[in-house]
Design a protein around this ligand. Structure first.
Ligand code: SF4
Length: 390
């Protein structure tokens, strides 16, 4: 049976956070049902085109998907589950992202009743100064109230996001905030370091001196945060991701393992791998998107998206780049199977990784005779530098 991961982009936020460079537009009203109809049509189109029997995982991200009402969450979940060819196969994982200011019991109940099994809640920080410094829409009180609502009525898996190095908070305050986040007992935590993206209001505030940002302090906070998570029984399985009892994100693991995925919605990407791999990126123009996908019989050549084909050599490098992010690492048999025609390594992963051995590469023998190669805990901190050597 043929399967793929499905990513669904909801490109609306109440207000832009100052550090954000994801595609989303401000929307303080109701999300139009037309957008959901378009998502349905687009999902059906790709399922039919690529003969996708079932969605292995579904991930509704954003933006802020919790701006959808409870009935819209129900509608969207049903549309997505019914869009593949075999409608009775349940995805292995079905995630929705929510932001604290738009969480409600009604929406959580609707998500759970309609097959959504995992909630990813964008807490980011429980420190008032830090939230204010990056213009997050919610304050600490709202974030705690959302966490309490989730604690009292969410029945599925829970992932919480936290950011190290936000301005206007000391390391001690950051750790207090992270401790509080851990106290809600999520099975999964994503811990990022604040990245200052060019052209964001945050970058402008830093360069004008309005906000102080210290890159070394941000790294130091992340390291202390990592140690706190490890001390609390979390296991690091990827550069920024930690979980308990093997509660890895199955959907995100598909990206790192270079599995096919379909992305739908404004600005979403999809990628199919093969000897000729290709990636498409949808238009960011919501009107153009809705105009196209609301009409019957979409013509493939007119889909408002850009397509990039990439060579086996590029795919090979992406395989290394994504796989080395994880502690499971790269599998030698998979490498040999997919990249035996890439010279001069011809499928020999050990030889391919030779230039970066000195940084710290761990080898694990598998029962089937293959080997997995991964970076050590210390080496993974230098991932970007290591990739330059490959
Ligand atoms: S809520 Fe998330 S997607 Fe929306 S502006 Fe903030 S960081 Fe960006």
């Amino acid at each position: 049976m043929n399967s793929a991961a499905l990513y669904v982009h909801i490109p609306f936020c109440l207000k832009k956070c100052s550090y954000c460079d994801f595609f989303s537009v401000e929307n303080s009203g109701r999300i139009d049902n037309l957008y959901l109809e378009c998502l349905k049509n687009e999902a059906v189109f790709y399922a039919e085109k690529y003969k996708i029997d079932f969605w292995r995982t579904i991930y509704i991200g954003g933006g802020t998907p919790s701006l959808l009402s409870a009935s819209q969450i129900e509608k969207l979940a049903i549309y997505l589950k019914n869009s593949c060819l075999c409608k009775n196969i349940t995805p292995l994982e079905f995630t929705i992202e929510m932001n604290p200011e738009s969480v409600s019991k009604e929406k959580l109940d609707s998500a759970w009743k309609n097959g959504i099994t995992r909630l990813s809640l964008g807490i980011q920080s429980l420190n008032e100064n830090a939230l204010r410094a990056v213009e997050r829409h919610c304050n600490v009180e709202t974030a705690i109230s959302a966490l309490e609502t989730v604690k009292s009525c969410w029945k599925g898996e829970l992932s919480l996001d936290a950011i190290a190095g936000l301005p206007c908070q000391s390391e001690k305050e950051f750790l207090l905030s992270l401790e509080k986040i851990i106290s809600y007992n999520p099975g999964h935590i994503s811990l990022y370091t604040l990245t200052v993206e060019e052209k964001t209001p945050l970058a402008r505030n830093i360069s004008s001196g309005k906000i102080n940002f210290d890159f070394d302090e941000a790294d130091s906070q992340w390291l202390s945060g990592r140690d706190l998570l490890l001390k609390n029984g979390f296991f690091q399985y990827e550069v920024s991701n930690f979980c308990q009892n093997g509660k890895k994100s199955i959907h995100n693991s598909s990206y790192w393992a270079q599995k096919d995925y379909v992305g739908i919605g404004c600005s979403a990407c999809g990628t199919f791998y093969g000897n000729k791999s290709f990636r498409w990126t949808n238009t960011e123009n919501i009107l153009e998107y809705e105009n196209f996908w609301s009409k019957p019989f979409p013509l493939e050549s007119e889909i408002p998206r850009s397509i990039e084909e990439f060579s086996l050599e590029t795919r090979e490098f992406e395989f290394l780049m994504m796989g080395l992010r994880t502690f499971e690492g790269l599998n030698s048999a998979r490498y040999r199977k997919n990249f035996r025609f890439v010279e001069p390594w011809n499928g020999d992963l050990e030889k391919r990784l030779e230039p970066v051995r000195e940084f710290g590469v761990k080898t694990t023998e598998n029962p089937d005779g293959s080997k997995n190669f991964s970076l050590t805990e210390d080496a993974i901190l230098f991932l970007n530098k290591i990739l330059l050597e490959l």
